[in-house]
Design a protein around this ligand. Structure first.
Ligand code: HEC
Length: 167
């Protein structure tokens, strides 16, 4: 009992604070890899489909930081653990959909990805909220959402089915 009391006595806010600072500093040693994989422009969604400059810029600024190998890493991606969390999103996003590798998807898969793009934009899931907090310009207005979903829909072949009915 006595030793527990002694232990708790030592467990002051100051010690907790120092421990947290030490943990934070040690975390900074584990940096994320920011080298973007090479890009073959001949396989790129925008290069191949040639949308209008307005649409191309909406897709580039709203989606390419995660869904391509053209990620731009802002200063806070130097700070762990935020950096780990962001890198995780990028890896996951590229795995689901990488606009740079568009022509490597067969036409049914392309159609499915287009359908998912429309659904995700309509539901306000993409671009992710955590992204638009820091990238205000990428927060799509209703008009921009419509421009983008109309465009994605116009490329569809409907091989992957119709998708969810619109709410
Ligand atoms: C901050 C990073 C980020 C941005 C920006 C972003 N996404 Fe995503 N996206 C993700 C992640 C992470 C996933 C996978 C996890 C999930 O489904 O939520 C994903 C998944 C997807 C999927 C696949 C969903 C599925 O059901 O498999 C589509 C389609 C998609 N995003 C489209 C877009 C479009 C279109 C934009 C731009 C308007 C965009 N995303 C912007 C991170 C992002």
């Amino acid at each position: 009992m006595k030793s527990l009391k002694n232990f708790l006595k030592k467990f002051t806010f100051k010690r907790v604070g120092i421990t947290l600072v030490v943990i934070f500093v040690v975390m900074q040693a584990f940096r994320i890899d920011k080298t973007n994989p090479p890009i073959d422009q001949t396989k790129d969604f925008i290069e191949v489909n040639k949308p209008s400059p307005e649409i191309a810029s909406l897709i580039k600024s709203g989606c390419y930081d995660c869904h391509s190998n053209e990620t731009v890493y802002p200063w806070y991606t130097n700070v762990a653990p935020v950096s780990w969390w962001i890198k995780d999103h990028i890896n996951e996003a590229r795995r689901h959909l990488n606009f740079n590798n568009w022509t490597t998807y067969n036409s049914k898969k392309q159609d499915k990805k287009l359908r998912e793009c429309v659904e995700n934009i309509n539901e306000g899931d993409m671009p992710m909220d955590s992204y638009t907090w820091m990238h205000k310009l990428s927060d799509l207005t209703k008009v921009q959402q419509k421009v983008l979903t109309d465009y994605f829909n116009s490329l569809r072949t409907h091989e992957s089915g119709e998708g969810k009915p619109k709410k």
